[in-house]
Design a protein around this ligand. Structure first.
Ligand code: ADP
Ligand code: MG
Length: 620
């Protein structure tokens, strides 16, 4: 159940009551935990001083669960019981995986709902595996911060669907973490760069990690982040660079088949050399193989770049595609944020810089930036910021919408939309010459406004008088990162605008939300009937208004009898509008519509004649 978290004005934590909150980057290759200390975000290291925790979990023979470096070390020797790809599996089913080109050495089971991994410690799901990683980071944070955590913000790829997000939340719950919010990784990166403070424009987040490449196009408006497009390659990352270099080393040394132990050793050395080449012009790979042969090979950065340039180029195609999907050109991009350990490589920086014609943002550690942004967000959500005394949401727990004519609730932002979010919808006027419109903002799942929570009301004035249905009023709902809803309305032809910030002084607690959802389900049939009736009444009202206006204007075209017959039908319809059912209202509406057909024809003739006499139809 989505939680609505409220801290009432004055109830925020006082500075001395700092609540312990962390941001967690639950990565495919590496995971990190960060927190805000004395106003700035920092990643928390383990006892050996290492900030990254390999996202690897091993179910060891002695019944222990090893997480991180120890598990990584045992992976090659014990592949079946050492799970390193939980993020590729979480929230998915085996049939999803079949479309994935990745080879994974596990013994899969399937119950149709979740993927199962058969290990020596029994069946494990990716949720449980991820929970082990989260548990380790939670323990690290509590040790380092000296207390229990209030909550955590956990990041997920922007393309994660509902099932993957829900499964990530379940993993957190299993690890004993209170999830303040799931945050999109590119959004977290943008927050770490402070782009939530007033930056506007379109940004690209280029994330090259260990085994995956993700690119996102983000649009920022007034602190509102929208993911415009995502793309990438789920089988391209730092591992491919390691592998290319490894193959080259074999060639250079005239080696072909290596045993498991040797290839593992060499691969580890290769990765170290690759990482060293980021800081140094040359590196050396040293290894002594199991048969006693010693390997010592020098490689320059330039050689490494030549060997792997094609891999760098492979990332550009998905970038182009994401720009295309977002409908922007590269010239419109205001900044490119580099994320993921592999973007430390200089040829990656160069390729991205020259593609966009600008130097990418890279002054934060690319492998830490997601965790840092999550920590900043967690700090706000935990209530550690003094000015943060309004509604905070992770997803919208109930639909947000507005009242339309007839007391109906029209949903604009459906429940469970992740935040922040913005949606717009066009509405029109109901009466001829209507110059004002009241916007009534409501929250809830029910069809009728009277059964929803009223959040705010405001009026859009100065709509130019037009016939009913001609004005086009665009109502925009925006829920920002803090869960603050603002609603604006604009008449499109004149640009007349009105807006309001909705700042509820109360909150809905979990029980209320549960009750409201239950009500909406159990009352669905009743609501449908009520909605049908209300819609029929709205239609009837607009017909009555139109006919009455026409009688006033052109009543002289009718004989007394004809006029009386029409008035009788109007009265009959009004009676039905007061007390009839949807069907009887509709029948009476049809009757009035038929009985006024000849009248409409006469009016049409008169208008044409007027027009022929030099008067425009518009002025009638
Ligand atoms: P993920 O998001 O997939 O969990 P990371 O962002 O932590 O992964 O990136 C891990 C990758 O970054 C690994 O392939 C690692 O070798 C690479 N990497 C880390 N540091 C460097 C470096 N200094 N130079 C080049 N590559 C690096
Ligand atoms: Mg990552």
């Amino acid at each position: 159940m989505a939680l609505l978290q409220i801290s009432e004005p004055g109830m925020s934590a006082a500075p001395h009551q700092h609540r312990l909150a962390v941001g967690i980057d639950l990565g495919t290759t590496n995971s990190l935990v960060a927190t805000v200390k004395s106003g700035s975000a920092v990643c928390l290291p383990d006892e050996a001083g290492r900030k990254t925790l390999p996202s690897v979990v091993r179910y060891a023979p002695d019944g222990a669960v090893e997480v991180g470096y120890a598990a990584l070390k045992a992976q090659k020797a014990d592949p079946i019981n050492t799970i390193s790809s939980a993020k590729r599996l979480i929230g998915r089913t085996l049939s999803d995986l079949q479309q994935d080109s990745h080879y994974l050495p596990y013994r899969f089971g399937d119950n149709g709902r979740v993927i199962e991994l058969n290990t020596r410690q029994g069946v494990k799901t990716p949720i449980e595996v991820s929970a082990e990683v989260l548990k380790t980071l939670k323990a690290r944070a509590e040790e380092s911060l000296g207390g229990a955590l209030t909550g955590a913000v956990i990041t997920v790829p922007a393309y994660f669907d509902d099932a993957q997000r829900q499964a990530t939340k379940d993993a957190a719950r299993l690890a004993g973490l209170n999830v303040l919010r799931l945050l999109n990784e590119p959004t977290a990166a943008a927050i770490a760069y402070g782009l939530d403070n007033g930056s506007e424009g379109t940004f690209v987040v280029y994330d090259l990690g260990g085994g995956t490449f993700d690119v996102s196009v983000l649009q920022l408006t007034r602190g509102l982040f929208q993911v415009k497009a995502t793309g990438g390659n789920s089988a391209l990352g730092g591992d491919d660079f390691d592998h290319r270099l490894f193959c080259w080393l074999l060639e250079q040394n005239g080696l072909s088949q290596l045993n498991e132990q040797d290839s593992q050793l060499l691969l580890a050395q290769t990765r170290a050399a690759k990482e060293a080449l980021t800081a140094a012009e040359r590196a050396t790979v040293h290894a002594t193989l199991s048969d006693g042969r010693a390997i010592q090979t020098d490689i320059t950065r330039q050689e490494f770049h030549n060997l792997t340039w094609h891999l760098v180029q492979k990332t550009i195609e998905p970038v182009k595609q994401a720009l295309k999907d977002a409908g922007v050109t590269k010239g419109e991009i205001k900044g490119v944020i580099m994320v993921g350990g592999s973007t430390r490589m200089l040829h990656v920086q160069q390729a991205v810089g020259s593609f966009f014609g600008q130097t990418p943002l890279n002054n934060l550690n690319p492998d830490e930036v997601v965790a840092l942004g999550a920590a900043i967000q967690a700090n706000v959500l935990a209530g550690n910021k003094a000015d943060d005394d309004w509604l905070l949401l992770d997803v919208t727990p109930l639909s947000l919408g507005l009242e339309t004519y007839g007391g109906l609730a029209e949903k604009i932002i459906p429940r469970n939309s992740t935040l922040p979010t913005a949606r717009a919808q066009d509405f029109t006027t109901f009466k001829d010459g209507q110059t004002a419109m009241t916007i009534h903002v409501v929250q809830g799942e029910r069809e009728l406004v009277s059964n929803c929570r009223s959040l705010a009301k405001f009026t859009l004035r100065g709509i130019p008088p037009m016939v009913a249905g001609a004005a086009r009023i665009r109502v925009t709902f925006q829920v920002d990162a803090d869960g603050l809803l603002s609603v604006s309305a604009q008449e499109q032809s004149t640009g007349v605008q009105a807006q309001i910030e909705v700042k509820p002084s109360y909150g809905l607690d979990d029980d209320t939300i549960t009750q409201m959802l239950k009500d909406s389900m159990s009352n669905a049939a009743e609501d449908m009937a009520a909605r049908a009736r209300a819609e029929a009444v709205v239609e009837a009202e607009s017909l009555v208004a139109a006919v009455e206006a026409a009688l006033d204007l052109d009543g002289d075209l009718l004989t007394d009898d004809e006029a009386a017959a029409i008035r009788t039908d109007i009265t009959a319809l009004k009676t039905q509008m007061d007390s009839g059912s949807a069907e009887t209202v509709r029948a009476a509406t049809t009757a009035l519509s038929h009985s006024t057909d000849p009248f409409a024809a006469k009016r049409m003739n008169r208008n044409i004649q007027r027009a022929l006499m030099g008067q425009s139809v518009d002025s009638i």
